[in-house]
Design a protein around this ligand. Structure first.
Ligand code: ATR
Length: 277
């Protein structure tokens, strides 16, 4: 039997760990699929998807810089992709192109299952209000913490992000607030860094006072990009977590969305971590 085709599309895409993760998921679940990498020109996302479908592709992951482009070709967006206004996963069902976003549920599952922290009733700080933050806020609300504060350098973006999530927050009984980074006060049980500040070499964007003793501090990146934040968090008595678990858990949700089978993500995360320096 010819394996079903999947890929990750992005630019750049060379260093993506998704092919390794999905190959391992397929092995462990006995699914017949091939998952590759596709470097797509920055102005060529729609054409890239069309070509992949024509070659028999069944679905793809989407990474930088294309996560906001799926509305241009999706025939349907899942509610969580609509809320995020971004998608990291497409599934091709006949004439349908369904866009989903598994980033947020990936983060929540990593926190709950791999870090062992139940978010219910906790105080959570989300630093950042760009694409990465937008992708995770809905599922963080659905995990029913007591309060989420979205802190961003540009306050207006945090205001817009929480306005879009006001209804879902209300329906889950979650207090949602926006502040600018400079006006940040109080201490939190969980701090999620969704800013790109480490990419620009600017360092940790929040003061150490935001960490309650023993808080969980998560960066959405992994490897050298997360190091500054995780080192800082440990120095201040927090439990530090990089984004590798989120990466594997979002992949597991995509795999489930495509194949209807949940792969053993904790095992694959442990294996992946063991391959890294
Ligand atoms: P991504 O898709 O990675 O979220 P993005 O949409 O460009 O990228 O968002 C980047 C986020 O990192 C934003 O919240 C940005 O703050 P602004 O909205 O004020 O631009 C934040 N960010 C980037 N550099 C930062 C820095 N040096 N300090 C604090 N926040 C920073």
């Amino acid at each position: 039997m010819t394996p079903d085709l999947y890929c990750v599309m992005g630019n750049p895409v060379e260093h993506s760990k998704s092919p390794w993760i999905h190959a391992r998921f397929a092995q462990l679940t006995g699914q017949q699929l091939h998952y590759g990498k596709r470097l797509v020109p920055v102005d060529g996302f729609v054409r890239g998807v069309r070509e992949f479908r024509a070659e028999g592709g069944k679905g793809c992951n989407i990474t930088v810089p294309f996560k906001f482009e799926s509305p241009a070709l999706a025939t349907r967006m899942t509610p969580r992709a609509q809320l995020a206004q971004a998608s990291n996963t497409l599934r091709f069902d006949g004439d349908e192109v369904i866009a989903d976003n598994t980033d947020g549920v990936g983060l929540v599952n990593d926190i709950r299952q791999n870090a062992g922290v139940d978010l219910r009733g906790l105080d959570l700080l989300l630093a950042g209000a760009g694409g990465a933050a937008a992708g995770v806020l809905g599922p963080l609300i659905e995990a029913a913490p007591r309060r989420i504060v979205v802190a961003n350098r540009t306050r207006a973006k945090a205001d817009a992000l929480i306005a879009r999530h006001a209804q879902v927050a209300q329906s889950h009984g979650v207090e949602l607030a926006a502040v600018d980074l400079d006006g940040l006060q109080g201490a939190f049980d969980v701090v999620v860094n969704a800013t790109a500040s480490s990419m620009s070499g600017a360092g940790v964007p929040v003061p150490a006072g935001v960490l309650k003793p023993g808080a969980l501090a998560c960066d959405m990146m992994y490897g050298p990009a997360a190091q500054g934040f995780t080192d800082w968090a440990r120095e201040h008595g927090a439990v530090a977590r990089d984004g590798l678990g989120m990466l594997v858990e979002q992949a597991a949700e995509s795999f489930l969305f495509w194949r209807g089978v949940r792969p053993p993500s904790a095992q694959v995360l442990a294996e992946l971590r063991a391959t890294l320096p």
